[in-house]
Design a binder for this molecule. Structure first.
Ligand code: NAD
Length: 335
């Protein structure tokens, strides 16, 4: 098996590359990543020198380069590469369309040209829009994205679907809830709160803090994608979620309690425009058809994650500087 994994220096992609080389040591992985602010080769230190892993710095929008890479006998493409942060998509939507829509289309064309046997598009539950107090997103829920990020992901997903319907490309789309775990960039809620609480800095919480997200430990996401690659029925969408709905304020208070830090650090800030109220995933199809089962519940996952950030302070202090500080000031104002 030869996989082209895109975005494999980012949070989920790097966890996935590490996971696959552990679970399938004989697989070969070409890992292509543009190394934007969110990509970090340090995430891949554990596999330095592994002959079955090749890293290539490139943009998925570079069709000649993608063609050259896939021509090297690749049979599976897993597309993680994306601009992934909703707040940034409100500041600069164009780069989201470029990577998440046009970049996906380049990969689809190359996949079609080289007759790959599986194209997995890693997408998000955010394409389904927002939920009221009840109900869950299923694979049949209409796409009603509300942010430039989710709209661009939905655009990519629809192209993936179209390449299956029109050209018979063997595709799957996975739609996952919020991930957390090692190597997540500190702009996202959980690492943001852990890193700032450890430094006794104010913890920005949007609106009333009662927005609900459905949390999934990253390794459980990786195991689901592994199953989709091997057993996913072509053309199908698979929802991946851990049945772990929590309000944002619950997350923040849980982290404070585990770190022994005071709730006085919490600072409510003006809500994000178009902020979806609630996401909840129904993963029944993935569990039944692919026999997938998450290993972590939220309580064990958050403990492991906090411990990872405590053990890897160097990793996040290095990246939580420079460009990131400028972005943070623009987003939340002064500390
Ligand atoms: P991330 O921002 O941590 O990583 C994205 C990676 O893609 C980075 O390494 C970046 O350098 C790379 N990249 C960006 N633009 C590129 C381009 N044009 N060409 C090549 N590489 C490029 O994101 P993540 O949280 O790891 O998310 C990975 C995927 O999973 C995304 O497609 C995202 O939409 C999806 N997803 C994420 C979550 C979540 O909770 N993080 C939930 C559901 C779905």
């Amino acid at each position: 098996m030869k996989l082209l994994v895109t975005g494999g220096a980012g949070f989920i992609g790097s966890n996935f590359v590490l996971y696959m080389l552990r679970e399938h040591p004989e697989y070969q992985i070409i890992n292509v990543d543009a190394l934007t602010y969110a990509g970090n080769l340090e995430n891949l230190k554990a596999i330095e020198g592994n002959p079955n892993h090749t890293f290539v710095k490139a943009d998925i929008g570079d069709s000649a380069k993608m063609d050259e890479l896939v021509a090297q006998g690749v049979n599976i493409i897993v597309n993680f590469a994306a601009e992934s942060h909703v707040d940034r998509s409100i500041l600069e939507p164009d780069v989201f369309v470029k990577t998440n829509v046009l970049g996906t289309q380049v990969l689809l064309d190359v996949a079609k040209k080289h007759n790959i046997t599986k194209f997995v598009q890693v997408s998000t539950d955010e394409v389904y829009g927002t939920l009221g107090e009840t109900g869950l997103f299923t694979e049949e829920t209409p796409l009603t994205p509300n942010s430039p990020y989710s709209a661009s992901k939905a655009g990519g997903d629809l192209l993936v679907r179209a390449y299956h319907e029109t050209f018979g490309l063997p595709v799957n789309i996975t739609r996952c809830s919020n991930n957390y775990g090692p190597f997540q960039f500190p702009e996202k809620l959980i690492p943001l709160i852990i890193s700032r609480a450890l430094a006794d800095e104010a913890l920005p919480v949007y609106g009333d803090g009662l927005n609900i997200r459905d949390w999934l430990y990253v390794e459980d996401h990786c195991s689901a994608i592994d199953l989709v690659i091997h057993e996913g029925k072509n053309g199908e969408v698979y929802n991946i979620g851990g049945n772990n709905e929590r309000t944002n304020i619950h997350i923040v208070k849980t982290i404070l309690e585990q770190l022994g830090k005071p709730e006085s650090l919490i600072k409510y800030v003006e809500d994000r425009p178009g902020h979806d109220r609630r996401y909840g995933i129904d993963p029944t199809k993935t569990m039944n058809e692919l026999r997938w089962k998450p290993k972590h519940n939220f309580e064990s996952g958050i403990k492991a994650t906090i411990q990872w950030y405590l053990d890897n302070k160097d990793w996040w202090t290095r990246i939580a500087s420079g460009e990131y500080q400028a972005y943070y000031q623009q987003q939340y104002g002064s500390r």
